[in-house]
Design a protein around this ligand. Structure first.
Ligand SMILES: C[S@@+](CC[C@H](N)C(=O)[O-])C[C@H]1O[C@@H](n2cnc3c(N)ncnc32)[C@H](O)[C@@H]1O
Length: 316
């Protein structure tokens, strides 16, 4: 049975049983590996005893029953399903079974606590595919000044903070997410005085930091595929160079940049070429020290399907 073999695979990855937060089932990658017809357009994320299912196609009653029976057999307390059509806006999640918490609740990942929301939201607040970057940041942020751009709920800021960063600046356009990021920071008993939270546009703040002569030892850049801020439209397909042109001048000597995109439409080669062009434009020499791809719990059938691509670069 396909769901069961995906579950067993997570056990061999050291996830199920030990971890509270991980991807239980990853669409076509898991469905193909285990003959799971009907589940190609489904992913299942685990947040403690509650589950978030994303469906990219309308699910039959049979498939919904199969998901429900499987999760109940794994002692799940509740599950919601979010329908996210390939074109157009996602709906709000609907309850599949149980009583999903109506308020935010905490889960842990690798010793860090994050607040999750399952109802009245189109995303639960934690990108599970970025767990490897969180682990890396926790290990490599000691004593550093950190700037986390496009920060969302600040999970990467928490990781840097838990790694004993000297100061973490968290920047996001949305006041709602900045408030959530503060809750996540304080929920890990991190000191308020080593954190700066800014609700603002990256394209306004990066030049402002430059004018003020601010630099950072570690800069995190994880933009959405497209966004509309005060400064017009941004897309990772077209504006990666412009964005990184504004980032590199803020990198302190020997500083580190962690940059990633979430798009199967951008190849590894194009992504690398864009970053290196911006570094050249700004006369900054860098070398790639790590490559970030999807974790094993997000099996992709082809390199293209591996939408997450990231580099950690060091200024030399
Ligand atoms: C893909 S999420 C980032 C996920 C985050 N890095 C993480 O791992 O949790 C994109 C975030 O960028 C923010 N955003 C979009 N456009 C922005 C802009 N021009 N300036 C600042 N933040 C922006 C959105 O509000 C959203 O929270």
């Amino acid at each position: 049975m396909s769901l069961e073999s995906a579950w067993q695979k997570r056990i061999t990855l050291g996830l199920a049983g030990n971890a509270q937060t991980y991807r239980v089932f990853h669409g076509a990658g898991d469905a193909e590996a285990s003959g799971g017809a009907g589940l190609e357009n489904v992913s299942i994320d685990r947040f403690g005893d509650h589950y978030w299912i994303t469906a990219w196609a309308i699910l039959s009653e049979h498939t919904r029953d199969k998901l429900k029976d499987f999760l109940i057999a794994k002692n799940a307390r509740s599950a919601v399903i979010l329908f996210r059509p390939r074109q157009g806006a996602a709906e709000l999640p609907r309850v599949l079974f149980g009583d999903p918490p109506t308020d935010k609740f905490a889960v842990t990942e690798n010793g860090m606590r994050f607040l999750i929301q399952l109802q009245d939201t189109r995303h639960p607040g934690l990108f599970l595919d970025h767990a490897p970057l969180r682990t890396w940041l926790k290990q490599h942020s000691h004593g550093l000044t950190v700037l986390n751009t496009f920060a969302y709920t600040g999970s990467l800021s928490v990781a840097a903070g838990m790694g004993a960063a000297a100061m973490v600046t968290t920047l996001d356009l949305s006041p709602h997410y900045i408030a959530w990021a503060k809750q996540n920071w304080l929920g890990n008993d991190l000191p308020a005085e080593t954190a700066d939270f800014i609700s603002g546009d990256v394209f306004e703040w990066l030049p402002r930091f430059r004018k003020r002569g601010r630099t950072f030892d570690l800069i995190i850049v994880d933009p959405p595929s497209s966004s509309r801020g005060k400064h017009g439209h941004f897309s990772t397909r077209q504006n990666l160079v412009t964005l990184h042109d504004r980032v590199f001048p803020l990198l302190s000597p020997a500083g580190t940049l962690a940059t990633s995109v979430n798009s199967a439409q951008i190849s590894w080669a194009k992504f690398e070429a864009n970053i290196m062009r911006a570094a050249d434009n700004q006369r900054v020499r860098v070398k790639i020290i790590e490559k970030l791809a999807l974790p094993e719990s997000f099996p992709a059938r082809t390199p293209d399907e591996s939408y997450l691509k990231g580099f950690i670069l060091k200024r030399i």
